[in-house]
Write a protein that binds this ligand. Structure first.
Ligand SMILES: Cc1cc2nc3c(=O)[nH]c(=O)nc-3n(C[C@H](O)[C@H](O)[C@H](O)COP(=O)(O)OP(=O)(O)OC[C@H]3O[C@@H](n4cnc5c(N)ncnc54)[C@H](O)[C@@H]3O)c2cc1C
Length: 498
């Protein structure tokens, strides 16, 4: 964790807030407070903090959008917490004055999910590993999965979280708020990241700091995991760790035909020797249209028998051997290079992400392919498929499709990325309309559900349908733990207060 001195040094230019003027509905800085005439109405003093509450334009502008660059909201103030107590004090303060609050991880959602006009809490300032090994780690929610993966691997014996997202520069709190699909580790033999959490520390929308688990305040625990920031701010998590192997052997297979691709995908995900599978797709016309990446983790002296892994598949494999951590950080390496060469963070990303029931994946992809053009993905975007074994998913949020007799559900992502930071007029509207259309078709015809990390415009009705039979329980948790609907309004779930 950074020390208090470094913490302050890094933000020396930030303008500190001393209070809030409830009549003028504005935050008050030290300089403004000093200039106020003594006859002026007194403002409400902000609580003393271990971290910082800042108001200067650069600090607020820095958190005014997310990776999507589609939605913009400049917050009135930014909290860089030094402790969970800071979050509690500021939530209580904001509640008294009716100021909305949004927790923010790395803001790698793409449609304003973590934005706010009120107070943004920059959770990444809380990033300590409190304990690690042999079966769990207790971490602050602002830590990146990358840091946890490195620390776990450095432990003796080597450990790893059982599920890691493809990109690991995401915060623990951010992915636990959406679900956490195993992008490069997990999914075939594990649940989602939310299924591998033992305990949480949460600051609720009333400012209470609570510890919760499956046995202690289970309604809070259940509704915060995959709860899209609605119920509370996750400040700490106790996460499962499992033994890590040292090497990864990946088999990359190409296909132009949906049926042949889907047949091999199904074959590989059922093979016990295979540890991880994901697939990529592009618009038809480019060969190969699909690529399967199947990976086996192993010790250096026990490499897998290739025939046991890929015997019987129709694609011709390219085999890649890497260390375990090289495998885990594949996408981080790619994104780092895009950051350097293509202004990645500022490109526009109207992403579309859904769960498709296991029985539907062939027909879903066949239909999707008839609509997809190269522009739908873009030169730096990706079409992605992640299989998830349903029996390992225990948490009711995120919302997977209703059981359909298959052991599997698949995430399908159309992760569109604009070619330049200023795409042509109409690009965003066109892609949002496409996402809306694709979502309606996925939900109504294919019985799929939303994975709410992307850019799909939703109505309150859509959200109620999304939560389905869990809507009453989720709404009850909201009423209990965030009765004033202060938290994460950017999700637009409780817009009408029902
Ligand atoms: C390159 C890339 C690869 C990805 N790969 C995967 C993948 O393999 N699997 C997968 O599942 N997802 C993947 N994602 C999506 C990612 O998991 C989500 O976008 C996730 O929400 C990002 O985490 P974040 O820290 O940026 O959260 P943010 O975008 O900052 O926050 C997301 C939501 O959670 C809320 N929130 C944030 N922190 C907290 C907290 N501590 N407590 C309560 N609420 C909070 C926010 O208010 C917001 O509503 C990927 C994204 C990118 C950009």
């Amino acid at each position: 964790m950074i020390g208090r001195r470094e913490f302050l040094g890094a933000t020396a230019a930030a303008v500190a807030v001393v209070g809030f003027d409830p009549l003028g509905r504005g935050w008050v800085t030290e300089a403004q407070a000093a200039e106020r005439p003594s006859s002026a109405t007194p403002f409400a003093g902000a609580p003393a903090l271990d971290g910082e509450l800042v108001l200067d334009a650069p600090s607020r502008e820095a958190v005014a959008t997310d990776l999507g660059n589609i939605t913009f909201h400049t917050p009135g103030a930014v909290l860089r917490p030094g402790s969970a107590r800071d979050i509690s004090r500021m939530i209580r303060f904001c509640r008294r004055h009716g100021i909305p609050v949004s927790p923010r991880g790395q803001a790698h959602t793409t449609y304003g999910q973590g934005l706010s006009d009120g107070l943004v809490i920059e959770n990444r300032y809380l990033k300590r590993i409190h304990s690690l090994g042999p079966t769990t780690a207790e971490v602050d929610a602002g830590i990146h999965w990358m840091e946890l993966a490195k620390a776990a691997y450095a432990h003796t014996p080597r450990l790893t979280p059982p599920v890691l997202t493809g990109y690991t520069g995401l915060t623990v709190g951010g992915t636990l708020s959406v679900g956490g699909v195993g992008g490069l580790v997990g999914g075939l033999h594990t649940g989602l990241q939310v299924d591998h959490v033992r305990e949480l520390e949460v600051v609720t929308g009333t400012g209470d700091i609570e510890r919760c688990s499956r046995d202690r305040k289970p309604d809070l625990f259940e509704s915060v995991l995959g709860g899209l920031g609605q119920i509370g701010v996750i400040t700490k998590a106790v996460i499962d760790l499992v033994p890590a192997k040292q090497r990864a052997r990946s088999y990359v297979l190409g296909y132009d035909d949906t049926a042949a691709f889907a047949r091999d995908l199904r074959l590989l995900i059922e093979r016990p020797v295979v540890d991880h599978v994901y697939a990529e797709f592009v618009a038809p016309g480019t060969s190969p249209t699909y690529k399967i990446h199947a990976t086996v983790f192993h010790e250096p002296d026990q490499p897998p028998h290739d025939r046991t892994v890929i015997g019987g598949v129709s694609g011709v494999p390219e085999i890649r051997n890497t260390s375990y951590l090289e495998h885990v950080f594949t996408i981080d390496t790619l994104i780092d290079s895009l950051r350097q060469t293509a202004d990645w963070d500022r490109l526009v990303k109207p992403w579309f992400d859904v769960w498709v029931p296991g029985t539907r994946i062939e027909s879903y992809l066949a239909e999707l392919m008839t609509t997809l053009t190269p522009r739908d993905i873009g030169p730096l975007g990706a079409g992605l498929i992640y299989p998830q074994r349903r029996a390992r998913v225990h948490n009711p949020y995120p919302r997977l499709p209703r059981p359909d007799g298959s052991d599997w559900a698949f995430i399908v992502d159309v992760n569109t990325v604009s070619a330049t930071t200023r795409p042509e007029p109409g690009f965003v509207d066109e892609m949002l309309a496409r996402n809306k259309r694709l979502y309606a078709r996925t939900r109504d015809h294919h019985k799929g559900t939303l994975y709410p990390i992307g850019s799909v415009p939703l109505t309150e009705e859509d959200w109620r349908g999304h939560f389905g039979d869990k809507w009453p329980a989720f709404r009850a948790a909201k009423r209990r733990y965030d009765p004033d609907q202060l938290l994460a309004r950017g999700q637009n779930i409780f817009r009408d207060g029902r």
